[in-house]
Design a protein around this ligand. Structure first.
Ligand code: HEM
Length: 218
């Protein structure tokens, strides 16, 4: 209990330490407009993961649509993940990591029915683009389109949709350890060092020219 309360307070403090966790990001590489949220995982400045989403302006509630996700991750991180429906179980999970020479980034589609190692999930597919995927001396960045992340079916048969016009709760996680075989999207992955949540207004990363801009990405 003590640790649960302390972890909760620490995360509140981490979030409070950064005045603008959320903002618009006009990406010079992909030309897409992303809405982004910065999620710190350590008290020392700069240790956090940026999550960005870009959605088509034409997307409406209760329908399937593609989403482009961009993540900026400190080099010390072995894998980073996103739960599209706000947690770990019963929603599409995205896991990203660098390959063995640290130059390329892989995106892996997973699903967990509980708090156990997630399996491969074919209901969502990710296309990683060279445009907007890069590594420098401090961070790695990945840009990937997801088809199948805006809607999914829970085990009880309930169909869930991402809201393209407003707030959505996401789950996120990271591990300092790399997957066992970082050259394979289906590699075994070690458990996270932290599993957390954030809420972000996906509707603020809206793109009129979404299909055209995405078709130009390589
Ligand atoms: C690799 C095997 C994994 C195992 C064994 C595992 C296990 C667990 C366990 C036991 C918890 C609850 C206790 C805690 O807070 O630590 C948890 C929470 C969480 N995990 Fe995982 N996890 C795994 C992978 C992942 C992945 C790949 C993601 C995201 C892509 C993820 C996202 C989360 C999130 C967001 C939470 C907190 C919210 C919730 O409980 O749903 N986990 N995980």
């Amino acid at each position: 209990m003590y640790w649960t309360v302390w972890t909760f307070l620490s995360v509140l403090m981490l979030r409070g330490a950064s005045a603008d966790n959320e903002r618009l990001f006009q990406d010079p590489d992909t030309k897409l407009s992303f809405w982004q949220s910065y999620e710190p995982y350590k008290l020392d400045n700069g240790k956090g993961i940026i999550f960005r989403t870009a959605v088509p302006e034409a997307a409406t509630s209760g329908t399937a649509f593609d989403v482009v996700m961009q993540m900026v991750v400190p080099n010390e991180v072995g894998w980073a993940g996103l739960g599209w429906g706000g947690g770990m179980p019963q929603n599409p999970l995205l896991v990203v990591f660098r390959n063995s020479n640290n130059q390329g980034v892989l995106a892996s589609s997973r699903w967990a029915n509980g708090h156990t190692t997630p399996n491969a999930y074919t209901g969502a597919t990710y296309t990683v683009y060279k445009t907007g995927t890069k590594v420098n001396s401090t961070h790695w960045q990945v840009t990937a389109k997801c088809t199948g992340c805006a809607t999914w079916t829970q085990r009880d048969g309930k169909k869930v949709y991402l809201n393209p016009k407003g707030n959505n709760r996401f789950g996120w996680a990271y591990s300092l350890k790399k997957p066992t075989n970082p050259n394979s999207a289906t590699s075994a992955i070690p458990i996270h060092d932290l599993g957390q949540y954030f809420t972000m207004d996906v509707g603020k990363g809206v793109n009129k020219d979404f299909a055209n801009l995405v078709s130009k990405l390589q």
